[in-house]
Ligand binder design. Structure first.
Ligand code: SF4
Length: 417
């Protein structure tokens, strides 16, 4: 793998943090050292085919392509559901999760791989309307996308391409929040009565997926099912993007084949510490669970977790998982839209209850009770994701919780940020 941070500077969020290194990858991130321009892209790969709906559904089904925004929904099913009159395509690159940089890296280093996928999906759905959503935290990313869209229009692209800026907020990238943004309303989640593939943007069938999913389609239509399966395992063909240490030291975006050992991505010191897998709505894993684990849905599911959007956050040296969880819950409670009861009342109460555990006060039972109370009660999955994070900490680190209750945790009680 080659670090190409200088050839392809990844988009940097306003407000700083270390710049993630983006490495050249085997498929979606191949050739990024040549820059993000259309000419280099076409020189390298030639024009992307635009298959019929049936052919695209078959290919996506053959390789069991799943959405890469976190939920892992089968793409072929979503595409079939959206295949009706007046469909709309939405490329969601807003990425509100602070631990994730993969969509920003992808769309700044290989925007035309993403746009090839969007164009193929638009052709299959017989629509010309394609919306692209980026985070307003990334002004440099917007400039890259604007340039890429201009290049395509100049080259004869006949799609109606529209660019939108999502709010810099954790829940702004949630599907319903994105639809609100497109409709000119506040970029926050609302209750959905039907999937967006059935009734999305202004009630029209809407194929909304994250940027990596469209890039996977862009790659798939070029190489076909067999070429796609050149990477990965028999059960899980292809590659996936991961962000390592995305909210901490030395952040990095890598494209890896399914089946890659975790030990190839994280060093020995990192795999000997707790890992938060799947981001702030993810699951804590103990070091013993990481031994022999690979980047695969089935291996990760066997450990009671999901890869989510590919975020891997090893606990920093010397830190306590309970204290870190308290910080994250505090952050998540502050990020809600404060519209539904579980967010308005439940998450602040949960933050307070977890903070009490840090100080050796409160009770495990109270935290468990709050986790149970907020689940499946919000308009979006924000309370569920926060409860999952807390429940995994309680389940995986009872000794640390006990150490705080008797004042013997040597890794501190200070909750920062
Ligand atoms: S659950 Fe929370 S974040 Fe989701 S819509 Fe309700 S208030 Fe907003």
């Amino acid at each position: 793998m080659t670090a190409v941070a200088t050839a392809c500077p990844p988009a940097v969020r306003q407000g700083g943090g270390p710049v993630p290194v983006v490495s050249e990858g085997p498929a979606l991130l191949a050739g990024i050292a040549q820059g993000p321009g259309l000419a280099a892209h076409l020189n390298r790969l030639g024009p992307a085919p635009r298959p019929s709906l049936g052919a695209l559904v078959d290919m996506a089904r053959d390789v069991d392509l799943r959405g890469r925004g976190g939920a892992g929904f089968p793409f072929a099913t979503k595409l079939s559901a959206a295949a009706r009159r007046r469909a709309v395509v939405v490329v969601n690159a807003s990425e509100g999760e602070p631990g994730s940089h993969k969509d920003a890296a992808l769309i700044s280093c290989a925007p035309h791989v993403v746009l090839d996928g969007a164009a193929a999906v638009a052709r299959a759905l017989r629509t010309q309307e394609v919306h692209i959503v980026v985070s307003s935290e990334h002004p440099s990313l917007r400039r890259v996308v604007e340039k890429a869209l201009r290049e395509r229009v100049t080259a004869g692209e006949c799609l109606d391409l529209r660019l939108h800026d999502a709010a810099p907020r954790f829940v702004a990238g949630q599907a319903q929040a994105v639809l609100q943004l497109l409709a000119g309303r506040e970029n926050l989640p609302v209750t959905a009565w039907q999937p967006e593939a059935v009734s999305g943007h202004r009630g029209r069938p809407t194929l909304l997926s994250n940027a990596e999913t469209f890039a996977q389609i862009g790659h798939l239509v070029r190489v076909g099912s067999a070429g796609y399966a050149a990477h990965g395992t028999a059960g899980e063909p292809g590659t996936t993007l991961v962000t390592l240490r995305g909210d901490g030291w030395a952040p990095e975006v890598r494209e890896v084949a399914h089946g890659t050992p975790l030990a190839d991505l994280l060093d020995e010191a990192e795999t000997s510490r707790p890992l938060l897998l799947g981001g702030y709505h993810g699951t804590w894993l103990r070091p013993a669970q990481l031994r022999g684990m690979t980047v695969s849905r089935s291996a990760i599911a066997a450990a009671g977790a999901t890869l989510g959007a590919g975020v891997m956050l090893p606990l920093a040296q010397g830190r306590c998982p309970l204290v870190r969880t308290a910080e994250l819950v505090e952050y998540l409670a502050g990020q809600s839209a404060r519209r539904c009861g579980p967010c308005l009342n439940g998450l602040p109460a949960m933050a307070e209850a977890v903070r009490a555990l840090v100080h050796g006060e409160g009770s495990v039972r109270r935290v468990e009770e709050l986790c149970g109370l907020v689940v499946r009660r919000g308009a979006c999955a924000h309370p569920d994701g926060t409860a999952r994070l807390v429940a995994s900490m309680m389940q995986r680190f009872p000794a640390e919780v006990q150490a705080h209750s008797v004042g013997t945790c040597r890794r501190g009680r200070e909750v920062s940020g």
